[in-house]
Design a protein around this ligand. Sequence first.
Ligand code: SF4
Length: 540
Amino acid sequence: MTTQALPRVLLGDEAVALAALHAGVSAAYAYPGTPSTEIFEFLAAHAAGLGVRADWCANEKTAYEQALGVSMAGRRALVSMKHVGLNVAADPFINSALVEIGGGLVVAVADDPGMHSSQNEQDSRYLADFARIVCLEPANQQEAYDMTREAFDLSERFHIPVMVRLVTRLCHSRALVEARPSRDQNPVEKAADPADWTLLPSISRRLWKGLLDLQPRLRDYSDHSGYHTLAINDGGPVGVVTTGLARNYFLENRGDLEVVPPHLHIGAYPVPDALIRQLSDGVDRILVIEEGYPFVERRLRGVLPHRWEISGKEDGTLPLDGELTPDSVRTALGLAPRPRITIGDLDLPGRPPQLCKGCPHRDSYDAVAEVLGGYDRSVVTSDIGCYTLGALPPYQAIESCVCMGASVGMAKGASDAGLRPALAVIGDSTFLHSGVTGLMDAVASDTDMTLLILDNETVAMTGLQPTVLPAGRLRPIIEGLGVDPAHVRVVDVNPRDNRQLVGAIRSEMEHHGLSVVVAVRECIEATKANRRKEREGGRA
Ligand code: SF4
């Protein structure tokens, strides 16, 4: 099978995946996370016929490390994740900038300004800058395709990982993409010198110096990148800088401007200082429009002398939080608001997100509520997944959600501090992602706490991806970590009779030491999807 016959009206995520396939990628690794999930899903759907390895991984760090191994073998690898996933992968990501990358290594990171499905709005360009690597930022689906292809070439040219930074609106909107002919996969070719991959301090000092010496070449690449455009237009005292998707919002309003200002669009990083200086010639003020943090705006303050006025998110010309919109950019450009159709007061009921009807977590939270009713100094920490909705009415069953796996360590800390009983609630996939190491600490201290793993046998929240290990493998892992087998309980969640689950949680919370209860029932949406697949399989 070739990908030449695939449809070309693609999500931004799909354009990245198709580009990787056409760039001769040999392997792709990911952990699901909105809005990046569809990159891997598209690639995996077409990988087998092309001899490309595609694995969902335990977490973003393990995914990144596997991609790094592929690169060490001289072949091309794509690793994809959401922005907060890059925090998990930050250790190998930052350090891999020092090694002598062999096969092209591209990290596609999807940021989520506006927090549609995330706990923060962090901007991955800062991490690319921190690692001192190249970052490409597409403004549309075609650029997502073109930049991903170029990212593999750049990675091999400069021997560094290269980031492609996306944002939600681009990931999840479609447009026509013109593809180019595929390239073959690289042959396996081991790195010539192991010292280029061994970050012992004496070697790291040499490699770090090498990375610093590379910076002028990276800046020179960026200064001459074809992804930047500089148009002087009608001239005038204000220059506009856009990055990524923000270009679209500027162009949408440009036709209404009496004087079209000089405009620099930035598509690649390091920030092209030479182009900024060119733009600044002849203007007094520069308005920076960028999705995410005021990354370029802050940089400009360092590049340009004080006589230039810099406007953007830091001075309140644009909102510092949330997504940009054509309207917020319009106001920043000094245009009057567009006429609106105002609809009178509509008394619509609120529709907060809820656990699905028939969701196994409903029964588990009922059981938790029944047990905790008897305590007045309990604490329930929780984690990231569908079960986080247990924070909302009618359950209001959990008291924290910070980052993947935090529930376990936080319950230990709360118990250490004297809050008991301490209950940590986590899903099966999140437990395998990064709850395991927290449990190891609790084992080491035999902490007085209970870990409740809600095993719904899938990664439900991001669209029913498979959990990296199936349900039956949890008990041996938990016992293997050293939890007393007498206090590891695996219980089926029975929607008609919750007594067994209530009894297991109650008795383990009364136990003064570490205990784990695994509450097992498949996500109802996964059950429906599996039945649908069986029916369709039967018809075929
Ligand atoms: S998708 Fe599955 S786990 Fe998530 S709320 Fe619905 S039934 Fe529950």
